[in-house]
Design a protein around this ligand. Structure first.
Ligand code: NAD
Length: 444
């Protein structure tokens, strides 16, 4: 559904009127296109105190942006605050960013590198946790379509662990992600994809990906982005959506697999469709059956838990156990900010999506150790799809504006985050739940 307000504020009279009325001023977001695959401008590399990780400059040099130590108009700023271990050290964060934050180009990126707060050193833990509040506040201040994130690298680790994450965050692909904290694990060989280094232009070449709920909406966008990145895609959706599914699959050169993911033999049918194994499994299918709990019959409760959570648990377990998901494989599930913040009329939906977060956090480390597979989730906020088009007007308008970017996201924004999780070199990204919500106030 078109965001008419965003269109209005893109015109001179509309901008004048909405400014006078003190209304939100959403900036059009610059997303990835073939013609504009990168941010335009230099990357300013700053350090607060002394760095506590190795190889930051080397990793930034491969970001595709010219790295500088001083500039008038950076497209991106990376502040290495990994060495900040005391309250006084936070002054270095202020000293580094205060003079330059105003000069950030519209649609720019700020990424603060931190480390994991220590359970043994409460001064270090306080200082590193302080960065989270700092980043979340700065995300609310920057405006002009700019975003701010915190990436935690394990203490004493190497910045290489953050390479795929920085490539994503410092690019137009992360347009609708802001105010997020990403905690990396130590990159291990266990979750590395086998074979030669990936082609940066098509990093999923030779990989097979299956996306559930792929006929339309976010799932179709995920299938499209994974195909763009070189994957052989299998698009799964309910048999009732066969025509739409086949249209989507044909458009992408994907294979259509009409299948209800709740079917008892769903995992077997998926396994049969990928005789050489599955490298990327994206659990995207989801439904809502909203009612307040007092009015909710058991069937509405059960169907949402079954589609959104139970079938995800079951197929994941069965495919892992049968060895269908390859070493170096990636599982990406779909949560929601409703699963973080809760929502009136959505006790069933929010429970199912919070359940996904529990699944990811618990299974991630074990799947890495036992199967060499990472498990992560996206938690979309307000994304413009058929699902949100059905939301009543005023609630829909509130959902669109109540975030730092003052607009809804697009399915492709979620898809780009899924593609980042799916990257062969995202080995250190595990057990994470990334909100793709423009820093929504809900559950913030
Ligand atoms: P959508 O309704 O447009 O698409 C969902 C797809 O899943 C449909 O094609 C549907 O046929 C399919 N599906 C449903 N049940 C299935 C089953 N049993 N087996 C196989 N396929 C099935 O929804 P969307 O907005 O694209 O949402 C995709 C995912 O993102 C869902 O998990 C949803 O909960 C989540 N999400 C969406 C938003 C949003 O703002 N749109 C926000 C947060 C989370």
């Amino acid at each position: 559904m078109a965001d008419r307000y965003l269109h209005l504020t893109g015109t001179a009279p509309g901008r004048f009127l909405t400014r006078r009325l003190g209304l939100p001023q959403p900036a059009p977001l610059r997303r990835w296109t073939l013609e504009t695959p990168r941010l335009e401008g230099p990357l300013l590399h700053l350090t607060a105190g002394a760095s506590a990780v190795t190889g930051v400059a080397e990793v930034l040099s491969r970001s595709g942006l010219p790295v500088v130590g001083d500039t008038d108009r950076p497209a991106a700023i990376v502040l290495d605050a990994t060495g900040v271990a005391t309250a006084a050290g936070l002054g270095d964060v202020h000293a580094a960013l205060h003079p330059v934050v105003r000069s950030l180009a519209p649609g720019g990126r700020i990424v603060v590198l931190g480390t994991v707060p220590s359970p043994d050193d409460h001064h270090q833990a306080a200082a590193q946790q302080a960065l989270e509040g700092f980043v979340r506040s700065l995300g609310k201040e920057t405006g002009c379509g700019s975003t701010v994130q915190l990436v935690r690298i394990p203490v004493g680790g190497a910045a290489q662990a953050a390479e795929s994450t920085l490539r994503f965050l410092l690019s137009p692909r992360s347009a609708y992600v802001s105010g997020q904290v990403i905690e990396l694990t130590t990159a291990t060989a266990a979750t590395a994809a086998p074979g030669p280094a990936a082609d940066p232009a098509a990093p999923l070449t030779g990989r097979t990906a299956l996306v559930t709920g792929a006929a339309r909406g976010i799932g179709a966008a995920v299938a499209s982005v994974l195909a763009r990145d070189g994957a052989r895609v299998i698009a799964l959706d309910v048999p009732g959506a066969r025509e739409e599914l086949e249209r989507t699959a044909d458009r992408l050169g994907a294979t259509a697999l009409p299948l209800d993911i709740t079917a008892p033999d769903a995992a077997d049918r998926i396994a049969a469709a990928v005789p050489d194994g599955l490298d990327v499994l994206v659990h995207n299918a989801g439904i809502t059956r909203d009612r307040r709990l007092a009015n909710m019959p058991a069937d509405r409760w059960a169907s949402v838990i079954e589609v959104n959570l139970d079938s995800v648990l079951r197929t994941t377990d069965e495919l892992l156990k049968a060895g269908v998901i390859t070493r170096g494989g990636r599982i990406v599930a779909t949560a929601s900010i409703a699963g973080i913040a809760g929502n009136t009329g959505q006790t069933n939906y929010a429970a199912s999506k919070a359940g996904i977060i529990g699944l990811v956090r618990s299974l991630g480390p074990r799947a890495a150790a036992d199967h060499g597979v990472t498990v992560n989730a996206v938690a979309p906020g307000f994304i413009e799809t058929k699902m949100t088009a059905a939301v009543p007007l005023f609630i829909r308008e509130a959902g669109r504006r109540m975030n730092s970017l003052s607009q809804g996201g697009l399915p492709v924004d979620v898809a780009e985050a899924v593609a980042w999780f799916a990257q062969p070199d995202s080995t250190a990204v595990n057990g994470q739940v990334l909100r793709v919500c423009g820093q929504s106030l809900l559950g913030a």
